[in-house]
Design a protein around this ligand. Structure first.
Ligand code: NAD
Length: 353
C-alpha cells in the first residue's frame, strides 16, 4: 500500500496493489465474466469474498479485486490467521438469465485454482449462491451445509464493528458507554442492520441512510432511527459516522462535510486514496482502519465450531484498535500507517509476540 499512482496497465497496477496473481474466467454460455486476484498465500490459502456488482469497466473490476485482495491479506495477518488474501469479482450481467448456471461456472473457476483461493459471500452474493458454488468445489465458505458451512458472516462483522466503535469512543471521547451518543450509519443492509441493533440496545441514537426504503423503514420501526437521504448522511452532526455500504466514501467531498470526531464502520476500502488520512487528521477525525474493524466475519470463519473463541476474538478487536489508536497518537502517525506496519511485519515473518 505505497504511494498512489493511477494506471490502467496491469503491471503498473501491480506496483500499487502488489498482487501475486490475477486470474480471468469467461464463460459466454452462462454470461460469467469473473476475476480472482490473489495477493498473498504466505500465511495460508488466500481467502476472500466474491462480489457481484456493476462495474463501469473491466479495469475498475480488476482494481477492485486487487485492492480487496490486499485488504484481505492485511486483515488475516493482523489477526494472525493461517490464511492469505484474495478476492473474486463477477461483472454483473445486465440481464441475468440463469443465476445458478453462472455460479456453477464460477465454482469451476474456483476449483481450477486447486485450493489456492477459498471463496465466500460478499456484496451482491448470497448463501444460496455459495451453496451452488459448493456443488463444484470444496473451496467455499458461508454455505449452509457444504464446504466450510459458516453461514452469513454479517452478524459477526457487525459485532466486531461494535467493539471497534466502543474502542474509538473510549479513546476519543473518553467514554465507556454508548448511551446517549449519536451514531450515523451509511447503509443498513446485513451488517448495518445488525450493528444498529447492538448500538440501539446500548442506548445510542441512530440516523441512517440507505436507498432501500424497506431497509430504512425497518430501522424506523425497530430502533426509532431518523432517516436522511443520500449524501446528507455525511453532514449529520454526530459522535460516530459508520460507513457500512460502499468503498471510497472517505474522499475530499465527504471529508469537507463530516461533522463527527470518529469514523468507524464495516465497508471495505473506505479511503478514496491513502492521502485521505492527512485530510482526516486535519479535521481531527479518528479513523478506525477498515480491514481491522471489519474482520469479525473472517474471525468467525477461521474458528468454525468454536463459538467461544470467536466471541473472545471479536471482543479482542477492542484492544487491537485501542492499541492502534494509542500508537498512532504516540508516534504522530495515522492509524492506517500503524495498522499497515503491524500487518506487514507479520506478513514478513517478524514475530514480536
Ligand atoms: P449489504 O449489501 O447487505 O448492505 C449494503 C447496504 O448499503 C444496502 O442496504 C444498500 O442498499 C446500501 N447502500 C448502497 N448504496 C448506498 C449509499 N450510497 N448510501 C447508503 N446506503 C447505500 O452489504 P453488507 O454485507 O451489509 O456489507 C456492507 C459493507 O461492509 C460492504 O462494503 C462490505 O464489503 C463490507 N463488509 C461486509 C462483511 C460482511 O460480513 N457482510 C465483512 C467485511 C466487510
Amino acid at each position: 500500500m505505497a504511494s498512489f499512482i493511477e494506471s490502467t496497465d496491469l503491471f503498473d497496477m501491480a506496483e500499487q496493489y502488489p498482487f501475486s496473481d490475477v486470474h480471468f474466467w469467461r464463460d459466454p454460455e452462462t454470461q460469467l465474466q469473473a476475476i480472482i486476484a490473489i495477493h498473498s498465500t504466505k500465511l495460508g490459502p488466500a481467502i476472500g469474498g466474491c462480489r457481484m456488482i456493476d462495474y463501469p469497466s473491466t479495469h475498475a473490476a480488476i482494481k477492485d479485486a486487487c485492492c480487496l485482495a490486499a485488504g484481505m491479506s492485511y486483515k488475516t495477518a493482523i489477526n494472525r490467521l493461517p490464511f492469505g488474501g484474495g478476492k473474486a469479482v463477477i461483472l454483473k450481467p445486465k440481464h441475468l438469465i440463469d443465476r445458478k448456471a453462472l455460479f456453477s461456472s464460477f465454482g469451476r473457476f474456483v476449483e481450477s485454482l486447486n485450493g489456492r483461493y477459498i471463496t465466500a459471500m460478499d456484496s451482491g452474493t448470497t448463501i444460496a449462491d455459495m451453496d451452488v458454488i459448493a456443488s463444484q468445489t470444496n473451496h467455499v465458505m458461508c454455505t449452509t451445509t457444504a464446504g466450510l458451512a459458516s453461514g452469513d458472516p454479517s452478524p459477526h462483522t457487525a459485532k466486531g464493528v461494535y467493539y471497534g466503535i466502543k474502542a474509538a469512543v473510549k479513546f476519543k471521547l473518553e467514554r465507556e458507554s454508548l448511551a446517549g451518543l449519536h451514531i450515523a450509519i451509511q447503509g443498513v443492509g446485513n451488517v448495518g442492520y445488525a450493528l444498529a441493533k447492538l448500538l440501539h440496545n446500548d442506548g445510542a441514537k441512530l440516523t441512517v441512510a440507505d436507498p432501500n426504503p424497506i431497509a430504512t423503514q425497518r430501522l424506523i420501526n425497530e430502533f426509532g432511527a431518523d432517516v436522511v437521504v443520500g449524501d446528507d448522511i455525511y453532514a449529520i452532526n454526530c459522535d460516530v459516522f459508520s460507513p457500512c455500504a460502499l468503498g471510497q466514501v472517505i474522499n475530499a467531498h465527504s471529508i469537507a462535510q463530516f461533522n463527527t470526531s470518529i469514523i468507524a464502520g464495516s465497508a471495505n476500502n473506505q479511503l478514496k486514496s491513502p492521502d485521505m488520512t492527512d485530510a482526516l487528521a486535519a479535521r481531527n477525525i479518528l479513523y478506525a482502519p477498515d480491514y481491522v474493524i471489519n474482520s469479525g466475519g473472517v474471525l468467525q470463519i477461521s474458528y468454525l465450531n468454536k463459538p467461544d473463541v470467536v466471541q473472545h476474538k471479536l471482543a479482542a478487536l477492542y484492544d487491537t484498535l485501542l492499541a492502534i489508536f494509542t500508537q498512532a497518537e504516540q508516534q504522530n502517525s495515522s492509524t492506517v500507517n500503524i495498522a499497515n506496519g503491524l500487518a506487514e511485519k507479520i506478513l514478513a515473518g517478524v514475530n514480536d509476540e
